[in-house]
Design a protein around this ligand. Sequence first.
Ligand SMILES: Cc1cc2nc3c(=O)[nH]c(=O)nc-3n(C[C@H](O)[C@H](O)[C@H](O)COP(=O)(O)OP(=O)(O)OC[C@H]3O[C@@H](n4cnc5c(N)ncnc54)[C@H](O)[C@@H]3O)c2cc1C
Length: 308
Amino acid sequence: MLGPVLLAAARSDNVRRLVSAAPVTRSVVNRFVAGERLDESVAVTTALVDRGLDVTLDHLGEDVTGRAEALRSRDAYLALIDRLAAEHLGARAEVSVKLSAFGQALPGGHDIAYRNVLDVVEAATAVGTTVTLDMEDHTTADSTLAIHADLRGRFPRTGAVVQSYLFRTEKDCLALAGTGSRVRLVKGAYREPASVAHQDKHEVDRSYVRCLRILLAGSGHPMIATHDPRLIRVAQSLAARLGRTPDAYEFQMLYGIREAEQERLAGLGHRVRVYVPYGTDWYGYFMRRLAERPANLAFFARSLVSRG
Ligand SMILES: Cc1cc2nc3c(=O)[nH]c(=O)nc-3n(C[C@H](O)[C@H](O)[C@H](O)COP(=O)(O)OP(=O)(O)OC[C@H]3O[C@@H](n4cnc5c(N)ncnc54)[C@H](O)[C@@H]3O)c2cc1C
């Protein structure tokens, strides 16, 4: 039951101030976040690529409250893409964006986010890399998928994310499984009401398998984002049964989570992409990682006590 409490705390300014100011927070954050600066994220990316892994980079930030802030998010991505080009990393490293960082929640936010992300997708395409639109809470799903559809008209490799905890997602998978699509399947990381999302973990897993079947049977490029060993095994056997070659789908995992498994899968010839977040605005991302796993929270609490 701690997960929902932490996800609520992730939205509280008071808790944000308390957690951010705790001296030990930084060392725990470092387990999940590549650093605050672009240089640090590029160093982590290079090291992962050298180990045979692909990368998607996330400049941390979400829920911006003004247009200037949204433009700063866009500019951070443009700088990141320039840097990937300069380091010749475009073929192995793409970027993930949250449209809330580009102004989606502002008045007229759909159009603002579209214009900002369009600049990023154009720049990414010019240097030979791709963009995936992360999925946030369910209230943003229609807007995010509509922006994704518009972008795909001109940039067919723009990736989408679908969350198996949402009731709507099998239908979204059917719509997205066509030729050339890149679709990341996740369980979902936000606190969602019972009116729109499965609350039972087993139901979320069962929905994940149904979505896997749809995406793997389709003609797009499924991006299977999970650390769950059972679902990874199901994906491997479904992909083999459907005659998918290893370059026709990929596994994705988060930076700092199940690293040995990332390398094991890559060693078996699978394509594995690591999601690497960086930047100063790490709070929301960090709280979602704590909420996913009680052991992470216990680790964080122990370090508070032992140093406090
Ligand atoms: C590449 C990638 C991109 C993602 N993008 C999005 C997105 O756009 N929108 C969205 O809502 N969600 C996103 N997520 C998060 C996702 O929705 C889940 O919250 C998260 O992946 C945990 O679910 P799981 O599938 O790993 O399964 P779980 O059942 O949560 O975990 C299975 C096992 O994985 C390990 N594990 C899982 N989480 C952690 C953790 N935090 N720390 C340590 N070990 C852990 C544990 O061993 C656990 O038993 C993304 C996840 C990945 C991997």
